[in-house]
Design a protein around this ligand. Structure first.
Ligand code: KIV
Length: 265
């Protein structure tokens, strides 16, 4: 299989083939996900929740992400790896460039930032300086204290229009990928059609260009609280490898997410 690249992900969107993505934080899982054909891995700041035991992603540092990015890179030298920029590490353009450099040096192919219009200059600065960017719209976990909780976004017309506009602005600024989190299915479809870059959804219905899940969620390891958009792929499978292969197959065939994992409005 050819080494995954942004060009290949773009081609998948153009050919209407679904993109598969999982979070990864260590070498062993990175190798397994790569062997199972997962298109891209995100070293998410969700590691604050699932590895560190925090109740949000806010405490995660750039050093944390750089450490886990290096682990993932060693486990999967050929994989397409995105590193999350943590809370307050890209508050200014200069800071974003310095912090992103650390993540690229640790082995990332791309960095991900949460936010809309205020990030246009930052995305422009990063991409013109050689750092590919994935934008992140919809529910922004780093802003949970402003949003007042983890809630579905873009439910009314004004909020939906704003999200589509922000996606277009970020694409024009140079973003090459977009993650959308917790939005209605129709908005997931609308934003995917409104921009040329691939749109990867989590809790955004089955009409985006691809799907991502937090690996602990898709293996059923967070039993306390499961968001509606999560499916436990280990249930009914006898190995982690089989669960991951089923996730890849279900996404590629359009079977996941189903209506029971989606927000219709
Ligand atoms: O940190 C993370 O795992 C993420 C996903 C929810 C997309 O940003």
């Amino acid at each position: 299989m050819a080494k995954p690249s942004i060009a290949q992900l773009l081609k998948k969107k153009q050919n209407k083939q679904k993109i598969t993505a999982l979070t990864a934080y260590d070498a062993t899982f990175a190798r397994l996900f790569s062997d199972c054909g997962v298109d891209l891995m995100l070293v998410g700041d969700s590691l604050g929740n699932v590895l560190q035991g925090h109740d949000s992603t806010v405490p995660v540092t750039n050093q944390d992400i750089a450490y886990h990015t290096a682990c993932v890179r060693r486990g999967a030298p050929q994989a397409f790896v995105i590193a999350d920029m943590p809370f307050m590490t890209y508050a200014t353009v200069t800071q974003a460039c310095e912090q992103a450099a650390q993540l690229m040096r640790a082995g990332a192919n791309m960095v991900k930032l949460e936010g809309g219009e205020w990030l246009v200059d930052t995305v422009q600065a990063l991409t013109t300086r050689g750092v590919p960017v994935c934008a992140h719209l919809g529910l922004l976990p780093q802003s949970v204290n402003v949003l007042g909780g983890y809630k579905v976004q873009g439910r009314d017309d004004a909020a939906a229009d704003l999200l589509v506009h922000q996606a277009q602005q970020l694409e024009a600024a140079g973003a090459q990928l977009l993650v959308v989190e917790c939005i209605p299915t129709a908005l997931g479809e609308r934003v995917s059609a409104a921009i040329d870059i691939p749109v990867i959804g989590i809790g955004a219905g089955n009409r985006t260009d691809g799907q991502i899940l937090v690996m602990h969620d898709m293996l059923g390891l967070n039993s306390d609280y499961l968001p509606k958009f999560v499916k436990n792929f280990l249930s009914g499978n006898d190995s982690i490898e089989a669960a991951v292969k089923q996730f890849v197959d279900d996404v590629e065939q359009g079977r996941f997410p189903g209506p029971e994992h989606s927000f219709e409005s």
